[in-house]
Design a protein around this ligand. Structure first.
Ligand code: HEC
Length: 128
């Protein structure tokens, strides 16, 4: 009698364990899918931006609206660093991540479409 009741308890706890394993697996799967989709979107954005050949003049105008407050009217630096020769230190992908990522506060993340991002890149490349 006591043996059979302990097996039932064992079976129950095994079922509980399986339930938890399934939940953990499900949640990980969801997290992974979200991460994967996000990653693909980011890659698509970068790829689209790098395909374009931007305009330095348009980029200059964008820079004057969005960036001069921190990087200075001639991009020589203020709160943010001097951006002359930035394209020698960072590649385009790194610059895109810097501008859109918001990874280094106080610099905000900018929501900027690929065309304008490519204009900005062209402008930054034009700085000696
Ligand atoms: C609120 C202030 C602020 C604004 C606005 C801002 N930045 Fe920045 N930026 C910073 C600061 C501060 C850093 C340095 C971050 C760090 O590395 O700690 C930085 C770093 C950078 C870097 C990397 C520099 C390096 O030496 O690694 C780039 C490129 C850059 N900014 C581009 C831009 C562009 C382009 C814009 C406009 C679209 C912009 N920033 C707007 C404050 C700002």
């Amino acid at each position: 009698m006591s043996t059979s009741s302990s097996t039932a308890a064992e079976r129950n706890s095994k079922r509980e364990f399986l339930k938890i394993v399934l939940i953990v697996f499900g949640v990980s799967l969801i997290c992974f899918s979200i991460f994967f989709v996000n990653h693909q979107e980011n890659n698509k954005y970068i790829f689209e931006t790098l395909e374009l050949n931007g305009s330095a003049e348009e980029g200059d105008a964008l820079f004057k609206i969005n960036c001069v407050g921190c990087h200075g009217i001639t991009a020589r630096g203020l709160v943010g660093p001097d951006l002359h020769s930035i394209t020698k230190r960072l590649n385009d992908k790194q610059i895109i991540k810097q501008v859109t990522g918001g990874l280094t506060p106080p610099m905000p993340s900018f929501e900027i479409d690929p065309v304008n991002m490519s204009n900005l890149l062209k402008y930054l490349h034009s700085l000696e």
